[in-house]
Design a protein around this ligand. Structure first.
Ligand code: PDD
Length: 285
């Protein structure tokens, strides 16, 4: 089945979907994105993703090209046209094509809108979640506005490749001796029953999954501390996990080559994954 891609209001076969070489998304990484997971053909945490899209666009002074209702309809059409049961919808909005390259942008150019889907059967019941993942620590080389979900992803891509080269699955990024987040997820540890994750600021992406897990942990009477933690603390933790729209709650079983606990996903991470998935399915649109 040919994948159907959305480009500026048109739904096209993927080999017909085209964007100009002068698009500022291509030349300058001048654009933002969202990734929404799909479970049972429905969009997970969708209002949160739309709200963050609005904030990212606002921070870059790109006009939001659609209303919330229009975004929902476009997403639903993508899910339907591509027959997605479990997977992801990727959305990107760039500052558009001014017709030439210049650092200064031209006001009033229409943003470019692209959406595509990724079918991922077994996303919720993933073998990786049963076994857990291994992470290493690397320096955080990204710019200082990580709260804006921009498409400039070279630093995290390089970190991910370095992690793989070292036999791990992912990297946690360190700045000034403290972990900021994973390459494409928020980082959490558990010690003596207390759950720790970095507080919100411009240093990290304000994860939509993170927000849901914070709420669900509080409802389950679990204690969450929002503060930075060091690599030493992480290596000495009882458990660790990451959160993101594509991984949900993913247990971490090894940090810098050292096993956490018995090397199996811990009870807190397993419980939070279960509660999260249940809530995600129930509230999906
Ligand atoms: N990444 N931190 C970073 C740097 C991220 O790229 C992501 C998401 C997150 C988690 O945010 P959320 O829970 O809203 O997905 C945190 C997406 C999934 C990606 O780039 O594919």
């Amino acid at each position: 089945m040919t994948r159907i891609v959305h480009v500026n209001g048109d739904e096209l076969a993927e080999d017909q979907a085209k964007v100009s070489v002068f698009d500022r998304g291509f030349l300058m990484a001048d654009g933002v994105y969202e990734v929404t997971s799909v479970l049972g053909g429905k969009l997970v945490d969708f209002p949160g993703h739309l709200a963050r899209l609005g904030r990212s666009l606002g921070a870059l002074k790109i006009a939001n090209p659609h209303t919330d209702e229009e975004w929902l309809a476009i997403h639903r059409r993508m899910v339907e046209s591509n027959g997605i049961d479990e997977g992801l919808v990727y959305l990107q909005v760039t500052r558009g094509n001014p017709g030439d390259r210049d650092f200064a942008w031209v006001e009033g150019v229409a943003p470019t809108v692209v959406l595509f889907t990724q079918s991922k059967p077994g996303l919720a019941d993933s073998p990786q979640a049963r076994d857990g993942i291994r992470v290493i620590m690397l320096p955080d080389l990204r710019w200082r506005r990580r709260d804006i979900k921009t498409v400039q992803l070279l630093a995290p891509s390089l970190a991910k490749m370095e992690a793989k080269a070292q036999g791990a699955d992912d990297a946690w990024l360190i700045e000034e001796g403290v972990i900021t987040e994973g390459t494409s997820n928020n980082a959490w540890i558990v010690k003596d029953g207390r759950i720790v994750t970095r507080g919100l600021s411009t240093d990290i992406l304000h994860g939509i999954t993170r927000a849901a897990v914070m709420r669900l942990a509080a409802e389950a009477q679990m204690t969450v501390e929002e503060r930075g933690f060091t690599p030493e603390e992480a290596r000495a933790a009882d458990e660790a996990f990451v959160t993101s729209a594509s991984a949900f709650v993913m247990p971490v079983v090894e940090i810098d080559g050292a096993r956490l606990g018995d090397g199996r996903p811990g009870p807190v991470a397993r419980r939070l994954r279960e509660i999260y998935l249940e809530d995600a399915r129930a509230s999906a649109l």
